[in-house]
Design a protein. Structure first.
Length: 101
């Protein structure tokens, strides 16, 4: 696991400028993931990655939404605890984690 400790993204290229997330618009829920007891908003650098992840979520009406990294951080901050991070899950066994709280 790689944990990013810098408070401001953009100092390196760990996360893309925009990411894809899964959103259930009617319930305002987003796809999240837990890795080693860290809960985070599930983000992907490609639409295909988000679509593949969505196959494991048993919820009709999920949409893939493209967000800037800052928008994804805001979404993660709005999630209830225990969500504390944004997770780039292009490699599910070694996600890139950016803590938001």
């Amino acid at each position: 696991m790689q944990t990013l400790i810098q408070p401001i993204l953009g100092l390196d290229n760990e996360f893309p400028a925009s990411v894809f997330v899964l959103n259930h618009i009617t319930s305002k829920r987003y796809g999240c993931y837990c890795h080693q007891n860290i809960h985070g908003l599930a983000c992907f650098s490609t639409e295909a990655g988000a679509a593949n992840f969505g196959q494991f979520i048993n919820l009709d009406g999920l949409k893939i939404v493209e967000l800037t990294f800052d928008e994804a951080r805001d979404v993660a901050k709005e999630r209830p605890m225990p969500v504390t991070a944004v997770m780039l899950l292009d490699n599910m066994s070694e996600p890139k984690i950016h803590f938001v709280r």
